[in-house]
Ligand binder design. Structure first.
Ligand code: 13P
Ligand code: SF4
Length: 350
């Protein structure tokens, strides 16, 4: 976070951090917006939370806290500012409102969705509970509040295995990310079934009763783009590369990687790994953010892979969010209370 109190200092600090990552002219322009935001933030008693996927100029200049979904949920729950501005996607801002309902929570874009959150409805969860009665439901945090409200406990990519292991049950319904579910099934020794889909029809093959994990067909449109061939090609050119992926990648990609973890765990791995270069299989803005923070290591990546939803959040929109109190998150109170139970259970297990 910047320590600058004047526009000149803001410019200097941003050039220092972002040199070689962001064009100079863009840094000058964004320093002016950052200065305005940081001034207004104090006047309005607001805090800004920034997900690791925010673009580098925003990421390094205006958030009070940056991190992964789990870390930012924890901070949102305890925030005592009047306004929480969530520079992330809608389900993240919703989670902040679920955990801290008396605060004004703002998302700086009218729409910043997520292909995983869009892959399942509350009615889908009710149907699954009717089909597999008594089986606890674990739901990835990348879902909307009404889905969380139907859930026993939430998880993030950083604690999914720990959440499953905390349940007093052999079987579990794990929603909605098929790849994360398969990766966690591998980690926790579960036999998973996932549905086949034909339009709105969702069917499970339960003919072999030897299953104790039930998944869904959601996918992250960003992490679905990475393939084992990408890793093989890079390893051919750079045999010493450390390959780091997010568990929303396919199980084949995760198995071909040296490490898989949440966005925060990926950053920590790159900091600690004894390798001169690394390949990041995740949203590319995070690559820029790591490159700015760890300039001594050589980053390889597939630069075209961006999350179109995270990209909706810009510094200009964040300034407007502060100026005009937009776009405020509202959640029906009954849904919020039920969703809060599932998120708070997750936070309680650590
Ligand atoms: P993290 O929980 O690892 O921050 O990831 C959130 C996300 O949306 C990844 O695509
Ligand atoms: Fe959703 Fe994937 Fe974007 Fe993360 S990267 S917000 S999971 S679409």
């Amino acid at each position: 976070m910047l320590t600058a109190t004047t526009l000149e200092q803001t410019r200097e600090e941003m050039h220092e951090i972002l040199r070689g990552i962001v064009p100079e002219v863009e840094i000058d322009y964004k320093a002016e917006i950052a200065f305005e935001i940081n001034k207004l933030k104090k006047e309005k008693n607001a805090i800004i939370l920034g997900h690791n996927y925010m673009e580098p100029a925003l990421f390094h200049s205006i958030p009070d806290h940056v991190g992964d979904s789990l870390g930012l949920s924890r901070i949102a729950a305890k925030a005592d500012a009047d306004i929480i501005i969530f520079c992330g996607v809608e389900f993240m801002a919703e989670t902040a409102k679920i955990l801290n309902p008396t605060k004004t929570v703002l998302l700086p874009a009218a729409k910043a969705g997520c292909s995983l959150a869009a892959s399942i409805t509350a009615q889908d969860v009710r149907n699954l509970k009717a089909k597999f009665p008594g089986v606890p439901v674990v739901t990835y945090i990348n879902t909307y509040a009404d889905v969380k409200a139907e859930t026993d406990i939430c998880c993030t990519s950083g604690n999914a295995a720990a959440v499953i292991n905390s349940l007093d049950s052999d079987s579990v319904i794990f929603l909605p990310d098929e790849y994360l579910a398969r990766n966690v099934a591998e980690q926790t020794g579960k036999n998973i079934i996932v549905p086949t889909t034909n339009g709105a029809n969702v069917t499970f093959d339960t003919s072999n009763p030897d299953f104790n994990m039930i998944g869904w067909h959601g996918k992250c449109e960003v992490h679905d783009k990475f393939s084992v061939e990408d890793i093989q090609n890079i390893r051919l050119q750079f045999p010493d590369v450390a390959v780091v992926s997010h568990p929303e990648c396919s199980p084949e990609v995760v198995q071909a990687s040296d490490f898989a973890g949440s966005t925060k765990e990926m950053i920590n791995y790159v900091k600690d790994v004894d390798a001169e270069r690394y390949l990041l299989l995740t949203e590319c803005s995070m690559g820029d953010n790591i490159a700015a923070a760890i300039p001594e290591k050589d980053m390889l990546r597939l630069c075209s892979v961006r999350c179109p939803h995270m990209n909706q959040i810009t510094m200009e929109e964040t300034l407007d969010a502060l100026r005009y109190n937009q776009y405020e998150i509202h959640i029906d109170e009954d849904i919020r209370q039920r969703a809060a139970q599932s998120v708070e259970r997750m936070i309680a297990i650590g």
